[in-house]
Design a protein. Structure first.
Length: 271
């Protein structure tokens, strides 16, 4: 059996959480990540028959039975993952009943997965039904994206369109746009269900006055989506109070999307 501390998925999580904390996206214990792993790869590092304990997940996730995830812990600080991954991360498998997580490694202080796990798992189920290669759900509180929530209409078309105008790359990176939810109580199944419904259509979902959810085939892709939104939101916040002299026109956004061959939300343009 290989050393779990050298597993590529543990190393990836250590580096990603450290970087997100450094950027200020995950203050204190804010933010969470879940990453669906290949069962065969996990078996190289852990004995899948050795269950440390079981933890209720708070809803039924039948379509994820047998799936294994590495997940950040509740109340844990991203800045501490690098030095103590076994306390701040956990590897769980969804049990046969679909309502229980079997802990295979981690949470060594008796802790458990993030309180947002229902929202994560519901988003995983929604995305897997659209794209079976999507394996990562990432939630964080990027500063400029959050600031933009307070001064811009929380309308999916308008919010997306504004961000597309900020950087030439935006319509190419997230041509499917951004889903937007109003403020909702976090940590509940209700916000999880609302997020999952948006995830059928979008890979990015803004939680009004809270943060953002992004998904991807790997950690880099999910991070890159959020990173691009945050850069565009930063440019918006730096210029929104100034006279607009130049902008990327809708015809140019269309030209960009068609040149790069991406399937974009034509209804989010005004041409």
């Amino acid at each position: 059996m290989k050393d779990i501390f050298t597993a590529p998925f543990v190393e990836e999580m250590k580096k990603m959480t450290a970087n997100m904390y450094r950027l200020g996206w995950d203050e204190r214990n804010g933010g969470n990540i879940s990453y669906m792993l290949e069962n065969d790869l996990v078996a190289e590092y852990l004995d899948p028959t050795q269950v440390i304990r079981t933890i209720p997940i708070g809803f039924e996730a039948k379509s994820l039975v047998g799936k294994i995830f590495i997940v950040t812990g509740t109340g844990k600080y991203f800045k501490n993952v690098m030095d103590d991954p076994e306390t701040n991360l956990g590897i769980i498998r969804i049990a046969e009943d679909g309502c229980t997580a079997e802990l295979l490694w981690g949470y060594k202080d008796g802790g458990k997965f993030t309180s947002e796990l229902p929202a994560h798992l519901m988003s995983h189920m929604a995305r897997l039904s659209v794209d079976p290669d999507n394996r990562v759900v990432m939630h964080c509180h990027p500063t400029y994206t959050l600031a933009m929530n307070y001064v811009h209409e929380l309308d999916e078309k308008k919010f997306t369109h504004t961000l597309w105008e900020m950087c030439t790359e935006c319509i190419v990176v997230f041509p499917d746009g951004i889903g937007v939810l109003p403020w909702m109580l976090c940590g509940t199944n209700s916000i999880g269900e609302a997020t999952a419904a948006k995830m059928k259509e979008f890979r990015l979902v803004v939680w009004g006055m809270h943060g953002i959810y992004g998904v991807g085939k790997n950690l880099d892709e999910a991070f890159g989506l959020i990173e691009t939104v945050e850069k565009a939101a930063q440019i918006y916040m730096l210029t929104a109070h100034l006279p607009r002299i130049n902008t990327i026109k809708d015809e140019e956004l269309k030209e960009l999307a068609e040149y790069f061959g991406v399937k974009y939300r034509k209804d989010f343009l005004n041409c």
